[in-house]
Design a protein around this ligand. Sequence first.
Ligand code: ATP
Length: 273
Amino acid sequence: SKAALFDADSKVKITFNDVAGLDEAKEEIKEIVDYLKNPTKFTKLGAKIPKGALLIGPPGTGKTLLAKAVAGEAGVPFFSLSGSDFVEMFVGVGAARVRDLFKQAKEKAPCIIFIDEIDAVGRSRGRGSMPGANDERENTLNSLLVEMDGFATDSGIIILAATNRPDVLDPALQRPGRFDRQISIDKPDVVGREAIFKVHLKPIKLSTDVDPKQLAAQTPGFAGAEIANVCNEAALIAARSDKESVDMKDFQDAMDRVIGGLEKKNKLISPEE
Ligand code: ATP
C-alpha cells in the first residue's frame, strides 16, 4: 500500500479531561462535538453546520491537544497534517495531497481534519519572499479552498486549523463557509498553570513537599508544553539520583533547566536583544 501522506488516528483516547484550563475555548469547541455527534439536530432546522474553525494562540498552548480531544469526545477519526509539510517542492504534489486528504476524510466521515501551522500554506496570496517559490504554495492553498467549498456542510467533516500568525492568513480562508469560527487559546494564567501541573503530575511518584500551587506561581510565561516538560525533567532528575520519589528540589532544577532552554531559544530568535 501507499505510504501515508498524513497521520490518521481512528481511535483517539484524549478527552477534555486531558486538557487543563482553557475553559472558554473548551466551551466553544464543545459545539463542534455536538455537530459531529448529532448533525441532524441542526440540519433538520435548516442550519448549516460550520465547516471549520481556527485555533489561534502561541506555541505549546494546547491547540493540537484540544483538537484531538474533540475527536476523542465525539468518537471520530482524527486526520492531522502540518501546513509546513503540505508545501512541497514538486509541482502539483501539495494540491494532490489536499485532494487525497479530503477523499480519505469523506470515506471516514464523520471525522476531524486538523491542519497545524496553517499559516505555512495559508499566507495571503501574492505575499512573501521569492516569486516562483510561492506559486506552488498558492496552488496548495487554492486546492484547500476548492475542497472546503466542495463538500456539503452535512458531510460530517470538520476542519480545525491552528496558527500563531492569524495576521498573515489569506482573508479568503476566513470567509463564511470556510474557517469562519475563531477560538483563541492563550498562555495560561497562574490558575491555568496549576491545573496543567495537576494533569502532568498525576503519573509521577511525588514526594509530600511538592505543591502544584507553588510550581504554578514560579512559572509565569510558561505554556502547557513547557509545564509538561518540567514535570518529566523533574522525574528524570530524581531517577538519575536514584530517589524513591520526586521532590520540590527536583522540580526547582527542572524549572531552571527549562527556563535556560527557553532563554537560549529566545536568543537564537532575536540575537540583537
Ligand atoms: P504548537 O503550536 O507548537 O503545535 P500546540 O498549541 O498545538 O503547539 P500542543 O501540541 O497541543 O500545543 O501541546 C503540547 C503538549 O503540551 C501537549 O501534548 C500536552 O502534553 C501539553 N499541554 C499543552 N497545553 C496543555 C493543557 N492546556 N493541558 C494539559 N496539557 C497541555
